[in-house]
Design a protein around this ligand. Structure first.
Ligand code: CA
Length: 257
């Protein structure tokens, strides 16, 4: 039984396909759903993303965006939070009710509280307006890399009582399953691939968030604290996640013996 807001999917649906000549890109083309009410931004972003090899569906309203997620199953959604018909956070909640599609939110507000709320509400990443098309393309590629298949044959990683399955994306502690968000899992996996070594926040930003230029330390901190909570530990009393002040964080099994 589809919710009422999913029915009657019409709406003006501008499609910008990269059709025409053969194009060979270093990364796979993604089907990008762009929801942005500002005509100028929507048009220019559509053009640049299309030029980058993506197939872009550009819509101007939240309701159309939610309908398109259900109908078109895009690979990634770029969502402007300031929309005329629906609050961006409500759109995000509606999308999350029907889909795990990675959502990158564009917000004008760069304060801790709103960023935490967005990530908590299921956004995978965010960009602060104004942003460049290069920035957004880098983030799209990052979420697609994360969503793609992990290295074939990668086996279950065990650190003491902590078990991480890269293929099924399942985690357990002491034999009990731990329910992680996609980003929490990616963070844990990145750390587990270098278990025993200190990984800097900048390295994590590059690897997990696709932000090699840094500038989002608190994003790492927020997710680390969520991860700690789910693993049943705190920064003060670590079990697996050990902070090294001023350097980064290290995933290591509890001290033996
Ligand atoms: Ca807007």
């Amino acid at each position: 039984m589809a919710p009422a807001w999913l029915s009657g999917a019409g709406g003006s649906n501008q499609r910008f396909m990269s059709g025409g000549g053969p194009a060979h890109y270093a990364h796979p083309m993604a089907r990008v759903l762009l929801v942005e009410d500002d005509d100028a931004i929507r048009t220019s972003l559509s053009k640049s993303l299309t030029a980058a090899g993506h197939a872009v569906t550009a819509l101007a309203s939240g309701a159309d965006g939610v309908a398109s997620v259900a109908r078109d199953k895009p690979d990634v959604m770029l969502l402007d939070l300031g929309l005329p018909d629906l609050d961006g956070r409500d759109v995000l909640a509606m999308v999350r009710a029907v889909s795990d599609v990675p959502v990158i939110v564009a917000t004008a507000r760069d304060d801790d509280a709103s960023v935490v709320k967005l990530l908590d509400a299921g956004a995978d990443d965010y960009v602060i307006k104004p942003f460049s098309s290069a920035q957004i393309d880098a983030r799209i590629r990052a979420v697609l890399r994360r969503g793609g298949p992990d290295q074939p044959g990668e086996s279950v990683l065990s650190l003491g009582a902590l078990s991480i399955d890269p293929r099924s994306r399942e985690v357990s502690v002491d034999g009990q399953p731990v329910d992680l968000t996609r980003k929490e899992f990616d963070l844990l996996l990145a750390l587990s691939r270098r278990a025993g070594a200190v990984v800097t926040k900048r390295e994590l930003l590059a690897e997990v968030w696709g932000l090699p230029w840094g500038g989002g330390d608190r994003t790492v901190d927020i997710h680390l604290s969520w991860l700690r909570r789910k693993l049943g530990e705190t920064a003060a009393e670590p079990r697996f996640l050990h902070s090294v002040r001023g350097v980064g964080v290290k995933l290591a099994p509890p001290e033996a013996g």
